[in-house]
Design a protein around this ligand. Sequence first.
Ligand code: 6MZ
Length: 383
Amino acid sequence: MRHIKIKVRWREHAEAREMEGWVSMPKLELHAHLNGSISDSTLLELARPLGDHGVIDFSQVEHVILKNDRSLSEVFKLFDLIHILTTDHKSVTRITKEVVEDFASENVVYLELRTTPKKNDSRGMSKRSYMEAVLEGLRAVSSVDVAFIPYSEEEPRNISNPLHSQSNDKCCENTRKKIFVRLLLSIDRRETTEAAMETVMLALELRRFGVVGIDLSGNPVVGEWITFLPALKFAREQGLYITLHCGEVPNSKEIHDILDFLPQRIGHACFFEEEHWRKLKSSKIPVEICLTSNIRTLSVPTIDAHHFVDLYNEKHPLVLCTDDSGVFSTSLSNEYKIAASSFGLGKKEMFELSKNAIEFIFADNVVKKELRNFFNSAAKNLE
Ligand code: 6MZ
């Protein structure tokens, strides 16, 4: 009996040490939805007062939040519930702050956070004021320095910010951890062409606050590609970067249309057929891979059958991402752990995978250069 207990403890210890290794590895997160990345404890805290005021049935909501397995359609029902819990500016600011701090705590050094600007007349919320609340959240982060203003908008003296920023206090050589954050504004597939265009206009207006691009997301069985095309075309003409959810459900025509549009990146690529793979590979569009999300929503049958393997072997540009770390109870470090153990990749290969993503981030060359320098120094510490 004692023997078994020691064995279990030893295994737990080994697993914890392995996880520490993935947590300490510098990582880039390029596909994270703000409202999908909220921790369960924060969601429950936000739900409790609404339960007290009879707006929701708390015990029912608690059950839904803590449930682990969800189909794709259940995931979108959960988002509708999460959006009820985060409808005021204060909550939006809070979740932004917490989500950035969570990513920074696991050594994400560059984060592209995406969110759908929301209008809610009863709360006096416009898409613009929603985004102001998000920006307030970035400013409120205290555990790490957040660099979200593009260098072109900053004072020249700040340009040489390495990933450890120097304290303003000249007497102390205090260095603090730093995370680069850039924002993508999401168009929800439920939206009209006009609403999508409003989001693009807002993104253009907020470029100087670190908004770099547009995402198309939302329930993949809702809406038509043609509805969003004018806004996406306009966004591209204006120099915004574009990443599109693609192939989350079987929809051959839409997958072709999206690949023909040549976005700078796509997310998921689950229900691709031979012709789609050919097109994707010849265009070299980088793919944001979300392993746990794809498995939980049954978008891929098993981890062994995941298209990561083929794309990785063919050296197609790839980046591991969380999608919705709260909704799918994961973290980026956990996604690295899953990829390494499922596909037999070592520390060095995973480090390279992480570093290679620098080449398809949506930030400027100054940021890319700093990240490359940072990874090159970190490489020396790899065992
Ligand atoms: C498609 C997704 C998604 O924008 O309110 N979203 N869209 N596929 C997914 N994979 C399962 N995960 C999240 O964050 C939540 C919103 O992001 C989109 C959905 O539109 C969801 O309502 P924000 O911050």
